[in-house]
Design a binder for this molecule. Structure first.
Ligand code: SAM
Length: 268
């Protein structure tokens, strides 16, 4: 069958195309599109998720960087529904403006995507910058990244990504996907995760830049005590005033502890 997608997968764009029907169905079920939802897909590729979502929902916005895929995507989308294709880099897309323009009744979008794994952290941080405009996110990522996102204090993989995401979102790992579900098969297991941004009144961070700075410094040298790792950012008195031990390590501190500390530093 000629699908119009003739180019081989491009490794530098993180192209591992999903082909396993059962996995695709599970993702669509997890997203559970409802009338009125505005769904935005990152990296539609050859349409593995795009076309089933279009069939179910009728309309979709998708952002694809690879120009070789634009024409075949548009051509193949016609029979399934209305595809609004944004041709470019997702990191340049202002989700807040997109939601204001095309969002649902609450001015929000729902983000989905089997992400290019080489860009997963930048995409997650970009989405966080626009969290108020996003109702929820369903992403396929490397399983190890999903474990880091959902980890709690005391876990070896608890780190900056865990704290930054959990301060702003509820993070729920959904299911694991083996390499054989993709072509070409990646070397690692993958997993689907759901992120639901907290409503503004439940976000306790007062100064996002200060919070990001504290978390970055604390985990920059994760084997060091907070007193040493936060040198120049927060002194022992501030650390203790936040109810934390200056000789603790970042990996032992819960998300709320970092929030308390950042909130009492000058500039907050
Ligand atoms: N959704 C398809 C699937 O599940 O088979 C493709 C997933 S593939 C892992 C990632 C997709 O993201 C590719 O189509 C790739 O071209 C696209 N991509 C890579 N970098 C991108 C960027 N900066 N902005 C938008 N799309 C990008």
């Amino acid at each position: 069958m000629n699908t119009g997608f003739t180019e081989p997968a491009k490794k530098h764009l993180g192209q591992n195309f999903l082909h396993e029907k059962g996995v695709i169905e599970k993702i669509v079920q997890a997203i559970d599109p409802r009338p009125g939802d505005v769904i935005v897909e990152i990296g539609p590729g050859q349409g593995a998720l795009t076309f089933p979502l279009l069939k179910k929902h009728g309309e979709l916005t998708a952002i694809e960087f690879d120009r070789d895929l634009h024409a075949p995507l548009q051509a193949a989308a016609h029979e399934h529904g209305t595809l609004h294709l944004i041709e470019g880099d997702v990191l340049g897309v202002d989700f807040t403006a997109l939601a204001a323009q095309r969002g649902d009744g609450r001015g929000q979008i729902r983000l989905v995507g089997n992400l290019p794994y080489n860009l997963s952290s930048p995409i997650l941080f970009h989405a966080l910058d626009h969290a108020a405009a996003i109702r929820d996110m369903h992403f396929m990522l490397q399983k190890e990244v999903v474990e880091r996102m959902a980890a709690g204090p005391g876990s070896k993989v608890y780190g900056r990504l865990s704290v930054m995401l959990q301060a702003y979102c509820a993070v729920t790992p959904l299911f694991v996907v083996p390499p054989g579900a993709f072509r070409p098969a990646p070397k690692v297991d993958s997993a689907v995760v759901r992120l639901v941004p907290k409503p503004a009144e439940r976000i306790e961070v007062r100064d996002r830049a200060m919070f990001a700075n504290v978390v970055r410094a604390a985990f920059g040298q994760r084997r060091k005590t907070l007193r040493n790792a936060l040198n120049g950012v927060a002194d022992a008195a501030a650390i203790e005033a936040a109810g934390l031990r200056a000789d603790a390590r970042a990996e032992q501190v819960e998300v709320a502890g970092f929030v308390r500390l950042a909130n009492l530093l000058p500039g907050a």
